[in-house]
Design a protein around this ligand. Structure first.
Ligand code: NI
Length: 179
């Protein structure tokens, strides 16, 4: 059953700190990645973390390689599997931007994030890699990795006047564009 239920905010499983992946190239990990890919595609999401389908492991995926209609000026982010991630801000500078989440359906909020980051981790084969990211790419990585620390984006909102229903905030925008 590759398509899994996406847990919604309020489920305590979304608040756990996820465990590191210790073994790679296992059928279990391969099957988790298939489940996540199919679940994310079905939900038309641009990112998904394993805890969102109830797997308490440090695995996230994001990026489609396609331009994102919400961020037309940003470089498309390559389809990425990131495991056991570490994020380091490059500057202290934060910026606010709108976020949505498949675990918080129908809502959007403005969330402060590091503007540019360095992130590292391993891919599905256990091979290490490191990237520098800014803007939308950096925001997406921070959002997805937050799921691994039990943090949902509403927990980072500073100004709750900037939090509401997608259909009200952005009439005409499909809710299927949630992160
Ligand atoms: Ni999310």
């Amino acid at each position: 059953m590759p398509i899994k239920e996406i847990l919604k905010m309020g489920d305590p499983r979304l608040l756990r700190v996820a465990k590191k992946v210790e073994e790679f190239a296992t059928p279990k990990l391969a099957s988790l990645l298939v489940d996540m890919t199919e679940t994310m595609r079905r939900a038309q999401g641009v990112g998904l973390a394993a805890p969102q389908i109830g797997e308490n492991l440090q695995v996230v995926m994001f990026g489609t390689g396609e331009p994102n209609p919400r961020y037309p000026d940003e470089e498309p982010v390559a389809k990425t599997v990131l495991i056991n991630p570490v994020i380091t801000p490059i500057t202290e500078e934060m910026e606010e931007g709108w976020e949505g989440c498949l675990s918080v359906p129908g809502l959007r909020g403005r969330v402060p994030r590091w503007k540019s980051i360095r992130y590292s981790g391993v891919n599905e084969y256990g091979e290490p890699f490191e990237r520098v990211a800014r803007g939308f790419h950096a925001r997406m990585v921070q959002h997805e990795c937050d799921h691994l620390w039990g943090i949902l984006y509403p927990m980072r909102i500073k100004d709750f006047s900037q939090f509401g229903f997608t259909e009200v905030l952005f009439p005409g925008l499909s809710d299927s564009e949630d992160d």
